[in-house]
Ligand binder design. Structure first.
Ligand SMILES: *Cc1c(COP(=O)(O)O)cnc(C)c1O
Length: 243
């Protein structure tokens, strides 16, 4: 099993390198995040041993279950799932350094309250619904700037950029539009120079569309299937914390 994960990581790294070459980017600008939903801690450990230490869960429950077994290995945890406000307290127990899925004001408010109480700060990305699909979470593109301005008022939340899930489509050009839109919103926000807002990260691209995302400026790609293999449940199951 270690061999297979190792090979898969190698081939994803090659894909990243090739995509960077084609778009004249430095591969050091693109971080590989391992999306570990449904993957048992033992297998995640193997990936971590290969040296890829940025991982992310979609559900607080899975974060909790894998916390102890993964504790002994150095790694960085992000959160990429839909977050319910009643799970905030629990989430903050497990050493998550960045919540990539901040998509609404009430969540930001509640996070801020809890972080203040715990005397902590956390990095966040604003999740944008660039595909306009109802099934996807994320703030609507037209409302991103307003949300960023509001979140910037909470000094415990350190905005580092934007995140999106591209359209699921075999038509590359339609997928590309999602990533272009995210980049465009990023540029608009940078131009506004909002205090307490950094915009260096664009988290976009997954197993099926990482090349396109890299060509459009991704700094974090989130890869699950290409490294750990197919999952049993459909993704919509993991994109809804209610289920
Ligand atoms: C599962 C997941 C990924 C990884 O998807 P793959 O297609 O398995 O690479 C990326 N981002 C989010 C938000 C996910 O839930």
């Amino acid at each position: 099993m270690k061999e297979q994960i190792f090979k898969n990581i190698q081939s994803v790294l090659e894909q990243i390198n090739n995509a960077c070459k084609q778009s004249n980017r430095n591969p050091n600008e693109v971080k590989l995040l391992l999306a570990t939903k449904t993957v048992p801690a033992e297998r995640i450990k193997k990936a971590l041993q290969v040296g890829h230490t940025l991982i992310a869960e979609n559900k607080v429950q899975e974060l909790k279950e894998k916390y102890e077994p993964l504790k002994e290995i150095l790694h960085t945890n992000h959160f990429i799932g839909h977050l319910q406000t009643n799970k905030i307290k629990d989430l903050l127990r497990y050493n998550v350094s960045c919540i990539q899925s901040l998509d609404r004001l009430d969540l930001a408010e509640k996070l801020h309250q809890r972080l203040q109480y715990e005397n902590k700060t956390i990095e966040v990305l604003i999740q944008v619904n660039t595909s306009f699909e109802e099934s996807k979470f994320g703030v609507q593109p037209d409302n991103v700037i307003e949300l960023v301005k509001q979140v910037a008022q909470f000094e415990t939340l350190k905005i580092k950029g934007l995140m999106t899930i591209g359209l699921f489509s075999a038509e590359t050009e339609k997928v590309r539009e999602c990533f272009k839109l995210l980049k465009n919103i990023q540029q608009q926000i940078i131009a506004l120079n909002i205090p307490n807002v950094e915009m260096q990260e664009l988290s976009m691209g997954m197993s099926g569309d990482m090349e396109t995302a890299i060509a459009e400026g991704a700094t974090i790609i989130r890869v699950g299937t290409a490294i750990f293999g197919q999952r049993i449940h459909s993704d919509s199951y993991y994109w809804n914390e209610n289920k």
